[in-house]
Design a protein around this ligand. Structure first.
Ligand SMILES: Cc1ncc(COP(=O)(O)O)c(C=O)c1O
Length: 343
């Protein structure tokens, strides 16, 4: 499964979905009903699992209408599905989630067996899969990873053993990117890959033959160049004051595009393989570079904020490291108004 929620982790859900399907994925994972509907409208006709909880009958009706698979965590939702399916004369395919240690969505482990039996007894609802979610998505230390994940895996295995007599043909799945990369025993019938699909490893000390390369580059254009004297405050709050006569370049990108304000003064842009410091507060629609030592930069020059230029690369991991974030958050912050160029 290619996990394409949050607009394909900021890359554009339709683009990523098509690329993932061409690359061999046969399932897509979205968080919300709307995300699933948008993919159907775009013409994607593969299995789409809604990973979030749908709580009311209207949402489930839309799910049935668009052929999306809801995740059930309780019998209450299963009964609504039964009612809708019966009324429409259609079968409702669903998956069930149970909690093995993430303590978020999914039914309690102790209720999982009876829930599966109850769903099995419904006439118009077909249970197609059971899954759970790992609590550790970014293993800094494989030791930590193993102890928590091993317990979740044991609970998952015990549950599968308990339902092994059932005649249902279930797709069983547990692994996120970290689980997929770390241990093939976590793969079961399907893996749900998010971050790694976009070219980032969730495990900082993971050395594998698999080389991941970020799929996304972020570029911005210089919209204005200013020559200013020493001692002037730059941008909101004057957090930066020039210490010399300076040449500044304004870039037409800001936090409303997804470049978090917490990165202010902590990032650089690449131009002709050289790093140019960003200075002052990042504002809603612009940010400023100090190009005093980079006379080649002109109005219209395109700089790289994330990506590779010559031998140098700036990644979402670099941004996360300086802003206390994680690559997942950096990537899915990019907003719709930022044009995507698909290469
Ligand atoms: C249920 C579920 N499965 C899989 C994923 C993919 O996780 P990752 O991006 O770490 O691969 C997510 C993402 O949060 C998720 O919520």
């Amino acid at each position: 499964m290619a996990v394409v929620k949050a607009d394909g982790y900021g890359h554009g859900a339709e683009t990523v979905s098509r690329a993932a399907i061409l690359g061999g994925a046969d399932n897509l994972g979205v968080a919300t009903l709307q995300e699933g509907i948008e993919l159907r409208i775009a013409g994607l006709d593969c299995e789409i699992l809604v990973l979030g909880n749908l709580i009311n009958i209207e949402e489930l009706r839309a799910c049935l209408h668009w052929g999306l698979i809801p995740t059930l965590s309780s019998f209450r939702e299963a009964l609504m599905c039964e009612k809708l399916a019966e009324a429409s004369g259609r079968n409702f395919n669903v998956q069930m989630k149970f909690d093995t240690g993430m303590t978020r969505l999914g039914c309690d482990l102790k209720d999982a067996f009876s829930l599966i039996n109850s769903i099995e007894n419904l006439n118009h609802v077909s249970l197609k899969g059971v899954y759970s979610h790992l609590a550790l998505a970014d293993g800094d230390s494989q030791d930590d990873y193993s102890s928590v994940t091993a317990l979740q895996q044991k609970r998952f295995d015990d549950f599968l053993a308990e339902i092994s007599q059932s005649k249902l043909e279930l797709c069983c799945h547990l692994a996120n990117s970290a689980g997929t990369l770390l241990d093939s025993r976590l793969h079961y019938d399907m893996v749900r890959v998010g971050l790694a699909l976009y070219g980032y490893s969730p495990i900082s000390n993971h050395h594998d033959s698999l080389i991941l390369k970020p799929a996304l580059e972020l570029k911005a254009r210089v919209t204005l160049i200013r020559d200013v004297p020493s001692g002037v405050g730059v941008s909101y709050g004057h957090f930066f004051t020039t210490k010399r006569r300076s040449r500044l370049a304004v870039l037409g990108i800001g936090y409303a595009d997804g470049v978090n304000r917490a990165l202010s003064g902590k990032i650089s842009a690449l131009f002709q393989s050289r790093l140019i410091p960003q200075i002052g507060a990042i504002t809603m629609d612009q940010m400023i570079l100090d190009i005093t030592e980079h006379p080649d930069v002109e109005v219209g020059s395109v700089v790289t904020l994330l990506g590779t230029d010559g031998p140098k690369t700036i990644t979402a991991q670099d941004w996360s490291d300086v802003s206390g974030s994680i690559p997942w958050e950096v990537l899915c912050s990019f907003k719709h108004r930022l044009p995507r160029l698909v290469i």
